[in-house]
Design a protein around this ligand. Structure first.
Ligand code: NCD
Ligand code: ZN
Length: 334
């Protein structure tokens, strides 16, 4: 049996830079048509020059692969309409991080005063630039995402023309928020469809499954599965594949991030099949995203998956992928 996917997209991806970029970028560009590239480099991407230079380094790392990196800026409340207009053609979205909430987010936002954000968010609405948000407060770790819902609601109601993407949602509260405002959308990762906090910390600690936001309860995973397996039109796949070298994962102060890009389509296929939802996978991994991000051009690529075992390598460069050493049921026909 063969399964064909047309132009799969990863709407939330960390490619890093330098040697790491050279290792991980081809692992996405071989099987995806494009990806939203997160700007949390050190320092983060905040200028036109940095954005174009980073895009060029990505293009160099992927060689001849037919893949578009959709570039993002790291949100600053100082971006003016003039600046955003000047970068509009190079830019697909802007990513907002609360300060210090996750990897390389120290320069993020420390408050959500609408008046302080008004100029930039109005400009983004007028220029049709989506706002991607890492929606967590700095409250108790299990409650951070649910506590952030009120901020999503404040932003969505004050800027009704602004497309707001709730990135990597992990809770049933976020799923419920989706239908409350026309301009709220969400990405869902592979790992949050698969695991709960038990898989991370219920037995021996599993650092390669530790990420932000942390995986939650079975009922949260169920809510995510429901909207993913039905390809709810406001959700799209975003892997949040976030590579870190093995020595920073298997360590005190383990870095947050799960590396899934080389296994994502194979495991999604297996999961959607298992839940009798295969006919929804195309919408979840591409069509919904193309409608939500109405301004992107998507390279044509047909990815064929076949029922043939794929042994996941123990490492890609210095990075340990999810399911390292295990055998998956589906592989990509390259
Ligand atoms: C991401 C990273 O490592 O850049 N980590 C993660 O746990 N997801 C940042 C992020 O998306 O939060
Ligand atoms: Zn991320």
């Amino acid at each position: 049996m063969q399964i064909r996917l047309n132009s799969p997209l990863d709407m939330h991806l960390h490619l890093r830079d330098e040697d790491m970029l050279k290792v991980v970028a081809p692992l996405s560009s071989k099987s995806f048509s494009g990806a939203i590239i997160m700007p949390n480099l050190v320092p983060p991407v905040t200028t036109k020059e940095e954005l174009i230079a980073y895009k060029n380094r990505i293009l160099e790392a992927i060689g001849d692969d037919n893949f578009t990196p959709y570039m993002t800026l790291f949100f600053k409340p100082t971006y003016t309409k003039e600046f955003l207009s000047s970068i509009r053609d190079e830019l697909t979205a802007i990513k907002l991080y609360p300060a210090g909430i996750t990897t390389n987010s120290e320069g993020g936002l420390s408050g959500f005063d609408i008046n302080e954000l008004r100029e930039t968010l109005t400009a983004m609405s007028e220029l049709n630039i989506p706002l991607c948000i890492h929606g967590e407060t700095n409250g108790f770790v299990m409650d951070r995402e649910a506590e952030f819902i009120s901020i999503y609601e404040k932003l969505a109601s004050n800027f009704p023309k602004l497309k707001i993407i709730m990135e990597h949602i992990t809770t049933k509260e976020s799923v419920e928020a989706l239908d409350k405002f026309d301009n709220l959308y969400a990405t869902i990762t592979l790992h949050h469809l698969l695991i709960t906090l038990d898989d991370v910390a219920g037995g021996m600690l599993e650092p390669h499954l530790f990420c932000k936001p942390i995986a939650k309860r079975p009922e949260d995973r169920e809510a995510l599965r429901e909207v993913a397996f039905s390809a709810h039109p406001k959700v799209m796949f975003g892997s949040d594949s976030a590579p870190h070298p093995q020595h920073t994962k298997e360590a005190t102060h383990c870095s947050a991030g799960v590396f899934t890009s080389p296994i994502a389509l194979q495991v999604l296929t297996e999961l959607f099949l298992e839940h009798s939802s295969l006919e929804k996978l195309q919408a979840f991994v591409s069509d919904n995203a193309q409608k939500i991000y109405s301004n992107i051009e998507v390279p044509k690529k047909v990815v064929i998956l076949e029922k043939k075992g794929f042994k996941v390598p123990m490492k890609y460069g210095e990075v340990v992928p999810m399911y390292a050493g295990e055998k998956l049921k589906y592989s990509i026909l390259f």
